[in-house]
Design a protein around this ligand. Structure first.
Ligand code: CA
Length: 224
């Protein structure tokens, strides 16, 4: 097992390394946020221990950037800020667990084992990314080619359904049932109307649009 430790307190980083190496866990260290992100983006670790307060980029931003880039390595945030809001903030940014400083090394080791065990059993992605479109489920944010896009709740649900079923032709009835929750459409064209809104907001209108019209069926989000 190989773990990346991003911690700017040199002495603490050294102690973490020693504790984990006794467990036969390979450790790579980074002492700044920027270096940590660079290494973490390689996606070659089984887990990441991330200090929250770091010079350069902070731990939560690193975590968010990783998820946005589609790197799903489990993350344990270390932080001296122990209150609940901070913990929730960490988890919303895509962290998997949170440990307040100071901590016992036995607890850190137990958390690392739990983290990597859970990750191998199941992973529900918090970021859906298809082509240039990325959606962060918990933050309820969407970006296209790195540009943030504001969506209404209905547009968000519609895009989420398209992203989760990328490359599949979806009928208007399927879309209606999943996004609006009923199968009768009194207006007759609510799906078409919202697809139009979505294309316009994503600025992906026209022949090159990743949201394709499937004639006689409905719509498909192209996954290339
Ligand atoms: Ca620190």
């Amino acid at each position: 097992m190989r773990i990346l430790v991003v911690e700017d307190e040199i002495e603490l980083a050294r102690l973490i390394r020693r504790a984990l190496e006794r467990e036969r866990i390979d450790i790579e260290l980074a002492h700044t946020g920027d270096k940590g992100l660079e290494k973490a983006l390689t996606g070659t670790f089984d887990g990441i221990i991330l200090d929250r307060m770091l010079p350069g980029m902070d731990g939560l931003s690193i975590c968010y950037e990783l998820r946005l880039a589609g790197v799903n390595t489990p993350v344990l945030i270390l932080s001296a800020l122990r209150d609940l809001d901070r913990r929730v903030e960490g988890l919303e940014n895509g962290a998997d667990d949170y440990l307040g400083k100071p901590f016992a090394f036995e607890e850190l080791i137990a958390r690392v084992h739990a983290l990597t065990r859970r990750a191998s059993q199941r992973y529900l992605p918090d970021v859906l990314a298809v082509g240039s479109v990325a959606m962060h489920i918990h933050r309820r944010s969407v970006s296209v080619g790195g540009r943030a896009v504001e969506l209404t709740p209905t547009e968000f649900s519609l895009l989420e359904f398209l992203l989760r079923n990328a490359d599949q032709a979806l009928t208007r009835d399927q879309i209606l049932e999943h996004v609006w929750g009923y199968d009768a459409d009194p207006e007759g064209n609510v799906v078409d109307l919202y697809i139009h809104y979505l294309r316009r907001k994503l600025q992906v209108d026209g022949p090159g649009s990743p949201i394709e019209t499937v004639r006689g069926v409905g719509y498909r989000l192209r996954a290339d």
